[in-house]
Design a protein around this ligand. Structure first.
Ligand code: HEM
Length: 209
């Protein structure tokens, strides 16, 4: 065999040996997609949107917006009116809850997932015993935007401000609606949704009664 041919054969057998070795040898684990660390999540609101919300919230009358949200919500979802007829003050209590909820949200815009989500989860779950439909939660979210819009001056930043509020109110109403599908602990039958909510309201982050 010529030296050239011998060299070729040697190279081929080396390649085969190395390829069969590669085939049998334990291969390093391939990192699968789901095992990779999740990329950092972008915040729901940009810094500019957070500033627009904070600025516009300062203009809103806290004494009136609760009523305005209630009125807008029940005109979008007239059926939900009957849900608030539990006692003489259910509506006025809710008007205050709405303002406190938005105030809490505005104070926690930088990390809503951490600061707000557990709270929304509890409020939503607390309402699972009532006949609130998902469209009622949607109407609640839309009512927040249309009510706040009454205090936002027309101008250059109007559209962006409304858009920022739409993002925030959708976050709130979507999370409340989703959580309301998950009942609170029902093992304690004495603990009605109302009692559970009252307990929550006294332990929540900044909501005042
Ligand atoms: C779709 C909107 C909502 C509807 C239809 C609704 C309806 C109700 C109903 C029927 C009750 C029971 C009242 C009673 O037994 O006297 C209740 C209780 C309660 N809700 Fe809501 N709710 C809504 C949104 C909210 C929101 C957004 C909050 C908080 C920000 C909230 C906070 C509470 C609390 C703390 C209670 C228990 C204390 C109380 O009755 O005052 N609700 N809700």
């Amino acid at each position: 065999m010529s030296t050239i041919l011998r060299n070729i054969f040697q190279k081929r057998s080396m390649n085969n040996a190395s390829s069969s070795r590669n085939h049998l040898a334990p291969r390093p684990l391939r990192r699968c997609r789901s095992a990779s660390p999740a990329p950092p999540k972008a915040p729901l609101l940009t810094t500019e949107q957070q500033n627009l919300i904070k600025k516009s919230w300062q203009r809103v009358s806290k004494a009136h917006i609760g009523k305005s949200i209630y009125q807008k919500m029940t005109s979008k979802s007239p059926d939900s009116k009957s849900l608030f007829l539990v006692d003489y003050s259910t509506i006025s209590r809710h008007e205050r809850y709405f303002v406190d909820l938005i105030q809490t949200a505005v104070e926690n815009l930088t990390d809503m997932e951490k600061a707000l989500q557990p709270w929304l989860e509890m409020i939503g779950k607390g309402h699972s015993g009532f006949a609130i439909k998902s469209k009622d939660w949607d109407s609640f979210g839309e009512a927040i935007v249309t009510a706040v819009a009454e205090w936002i001056l027309p101008g250059k930043q109007h559209r962006e401000t409304i858009r920022a509020w739409m993002l925030l109110s959708s976050f709130i109403s979507d999370r409340l609606g989703a959580a309301s599908q998950r009942p609170l602990d029902t093992s304690n039958h004495i603990c009605t949704p109302r009692i559970q909510l009252l307990t929550l309201i006294s332990t929540g982050p900044t909501l005042s009664s």
